[in-house]
Ligand binder design. Sequence first.
Ligand SMILES: [Zn+2]
Length: 307
Amino acid sequence: MDHVLAPGVLEIDTELGGWPELNAVFLIDAERPCLVETGPQLDAPRVLASLAGHGLGPDQLAYVILTHIHLDHGGAVGEFARQFPRAEVICHPRGLRHLADPTRLVAAAANVYGSRLDTLYGRMTAVDQARLRPAEDMEKLDLGAGRSVTLVHSPGHAKHHIAILDDASGVLLVGDAAGVKVPGGGPLRPATPPDDFDLELAVSSLHKMAALRPTQLVLTHFGPAGEPQEVLAEAEETMRHWCQVAEEAWSEGHSLDHVERALLERAYQPAPDPSRQPVVDALNGVESNAAGILGWLRRRGAAPEAG
Ligand SMILES: [Zn+2]
């Protein structure tokens, strides 16, 4: 179901895996309309149908902006670039080369997702270099008639992450920078996947977003998360807690398995609605979070190569 977040800001449910309220894309309807996220390749037909239903013609879309290039957010970017031939495709400068040639990105995703790559997400096709444009930090993108969005570099979940502030409404689309919280799926959970989760970067991004004083904070997984300052504080607290549990577990056990078990026992909270458990776990698995935190610990020398 589509949902109006603010005047001119529409949330479209991609129904990832057939599940409602798990993954979203956002349309900012302006003189020069802008789509934030594309969703995964497998959900493209549904999202394209929804955009057509809202009257968006092929020549109208001006921008496709990705919060980051993970496949649940940007997997369909090739399809959208073809469908909307005038749209510029914008992402963090560090993500651009992967959109021009997604081979390595898809291979890395296959590593993380395993068999779910082709059943849940699909892959990614290349975007013509000439269509790509880097998002500069705090750049204002003109959507016409006085409307604009601000592109906010917000690394941490990934080094190529940005958030998008709709300047008119104050809605901040935060991608995965604050974590994941799906209806019925329990409290806000940090999203700390491999290969480049970094706690310090993630926390400074949370502070940077708090300083923007958004009126709404909207997660790609899924939707408005609550009072923005409270959500950002909660995000920092849970992220630090998960990292602390993982670091302690590593010093006791020195294996990914041990870290994962410790996170399950000491940090993870099950979904109040049991039917939502597999949904949130499919997208934000504890194993992937453990591996991402472990990678960060290794890079800062807190977890020597082993196990
Ligand atoms: Zn992500």
